[in-house]
Design a protein around this ligand. Structure first.
Ligand code: NA7
Length: 543
């Protein structure tokens, strides 16, 4: 089985392209480049394909975008033939899909598993990348494509004494593949983001007790997950291309049934009816109930009040309900999608510890200590998220023209032109990099859009005798400024989210994704139509 193979590359191999990561971005990138007749190879740290879905195997892990949308659209045969079983696919089913795609398009032979890319240095003279792997081999490539994912490097907070804990410590983003039996265990969960919200109700069913350490409460809407209705699937499949095309016109690139109305222009009764309808249907579409929810505090406050009332309904103890209710705008931190999250706190064996009231002081061999109490636990689950958007790129020692380090360049926040490339680093591409809609969109279509842009660009360069492409610094500056200006118009800068890198100690606070799928896609098209406007193209030297 390809998942467990350890392959060796020939020492000193040279490729047209090295792709870092075998998640959905890397797989499609490899497929495109192979189809163009190029020699491309993926290096992947894990022992199988799937990227974030390979690692995030915590109980209850599933996608928060409906499965009929969180899937590739580049192959109509694939999207017609593949059968998703539930409205929101489980991690296991998504991983099965990734493996199916890799097999179907004959990709496994060009993926080297269990191999990390440690360094990538640009040789200005030869115009190629020298890539050093974790097995100390070096390979070269004309292009390097960072298909490293936005949520792939786990965030391990510095908690005093954590290393002294005598029980097992698990991170949701690195969950043991064989699973974890929590039966009879007193489990401590640190964090209340999406991973915690998905897993806590399931852990509570198994464990002897669960103590949840909450620093910041989160909004969550019910998933209303269910097996997929065959009639619904048949309908989507009968018009799949049209359905996908419609979604490209929507702000988040997903079928959130975007409204054009303001929350403040309708009567209170109409507003409540709209929220109720979306709450009953479930999912992230709640966020698109009114067009101004992401932009206007007063509009957003109506959604806040609505969810606060729902939390109060779900949780028996009013004091506890209050602790579980956020005071930030809805959607400012990524909205979560759950099954019975708030209700789980009605159980006698589930305890919420509010770390804002009682700060976490230390972990001991057997407990978690706050300023006012000590909680004995047998194991600890860190549901503490990721070094999002940039972590996987900057953990590779990338050296561009003249030896410039990308880590240094991004010290004050990531700078990338369209989230696709960064000045000073020729022939280096980022898939769904900072400055592209990425995590503020349906990731799979956004991945496909980037992969197609990059592979078309490579075909253009090769077809026109260009040796290299590089983002221009002024175009990059203008784009970064535009990303920030757009964010400033929204509610997103108003809380401590991972969109801003605020969850990682010492990380510069900069809003990283770009808000607005349709204008972004249009801009990418325009850049190409204007002969790669904002990029410098370098001709091959004559022989
Ligand atoms: P998130 O959403 O980043 O959640 C991480 C949680 O961990 C969040 O509640 C954090 O609180 C908490 N955290 C982080 N560090 C600490 C420390 N030091 N002490 C206490 N609590 C801490 O990650 P997820 O894995 O849940 O979800 C990530 C995305 O994956 C999600 O949005 C989906 O798109 C899929 P904080 O809010 O920072 O105060």
């Amino acid at each position: 089985m390809a998942e467990t193979q350890i392959q060796q590359s020939d020492a000193g191999s040279s490729y047209d392209a090295v792709i870092v990561g075998a998640g959905f971005a890397g797989l499609y990138m490899l497929h495109r480049l192979k189809r163009q007749g190029l020699q491309a190879r993926i290096f992947e740290a894990g022992s199988g394909v799937g990227g974030t879905w390979f690692w995030n195997r915590y109980p209850g892990a599933r996608c928060d975008i409906p499965s009929v949308e969180y899937s590739y659209q580049f192959s109509d045969e694939l999207q017609q033939e593949w059968e998703w079983s539930e409205k929101y696919a489980t991690q296991a089913e998504i991983l099965k899909y990734a493996n199916h795609v890799a097999e179907r398009f004959d990709l496994f032979g060009d993926i080297q598993f269990n191999t990390k890319v440690e360094q990538s240095a640009y040789d200005d003279e030869q115009r190629l990348w020298r890539v050093t792997l974790s097995n100390a081999e070096q390979v070269t490539a004309q292009y390097v494509i960072m298909a490293t994912g936005c949520l792939s490097v786990p965030n391990f907070p510095k908690i005093k004494g954590l290393e002294d804990f005598s029980g097992n410590v698990y991170h949701t983003g690195l969950w043991p593949h064989e699973g974890v039996d929590l039966t009879g265990k007193r489990v401590g969960v640190i964090g209340t983001g999406s991973s915690a919200i998905q897993s806590i109700p399931i852990i509570a069913d198994q464990a002897q007790s669960v103590t949840v350490f909450q620093r910041t409460p989160n909004y969550s809407v019910p998933a209303r997950n269910a097996p997929l209705d065959p009639e619904f699937v048949a309908d989507i499949k009968s018009r799949y291309q049209e359905y996908r095309a419609q979604n490209w016109q929507r702000g988040f690139g997903a079928d959130f049934r975007d409204s054009e109305r303001s929350a403040l222009e309708v009567s209170e009764a109409e507003r409540e009816a709209e929220y109720e309808e979306r709450w009953a249907k479930g999912g992230l579409a709640f966020l698109a109930a009114f067009a101004d929810l992401p932009f206007d505090d007063a509009a957003n406050a109506t959604a806040r009040d609505f969810i606060a009332a729902k939390i109060a309904d779900a949780v028996d103890d009013p004091e506890l309900a209050k602790k579980l209710t956020p005071d930030t705008p809805v959607g400012c931190k990524r909205l979560c999608v759950d099954t019975n999250y708030y209700q789980t706190f009605n159980r006698d064996d589930v305890t919420l510890v509010d770390l804002r009231e009682h700060p976490l002081q230390a972990v001991t061999a057997t407990s978690v200590k706050t300023a006012s109490a000590e909680y004995e636990v047998d194991c600890l689950i860190l549901a503490t998220g990721f070094d999002a958007m940039t972590g996987a790129v900057t953990q590779v020692d990338i050296r561009g023209s003249g030896g410039q380090s990308l880590q240094d360049k991004w010290q004050e926040g990531p700078r990338a032109y369209l989230g696709l490339a960064t000045a000073g680093f020729p022939n280096l591409f980022l898939i769904t990099g900072p400055g592209s809609p990425s995590v503020l969109s349906n990731m799979l279509p956004s991945i496909e859009q980037h992969v197609e842009w990059v592979s078309d660009c490579i075909a253009y360069l090769n077809g026109h005798q260009f040796a290299a492409i590089e983002a221009q610094a002024d175009a990059e500056d203008a784009w970064v400024e535009h990303v920030n200006e757009t964010a400033e118009l929204s509610i997103y800068p108003n809380c401590n989210s991972w969109y801003l890198g605020a969850n990682v100690e010492g990380k510069k606070r900069v809003f990283m994704p770009y808000l607005g799928v349709p204008p972004y896609v249009e801009k990418c098209r325009e850049v190409v139509a204007n002969n790669y406007e904002g990029f410098s193209l370098v001709q091959l030297s004559p022989h």
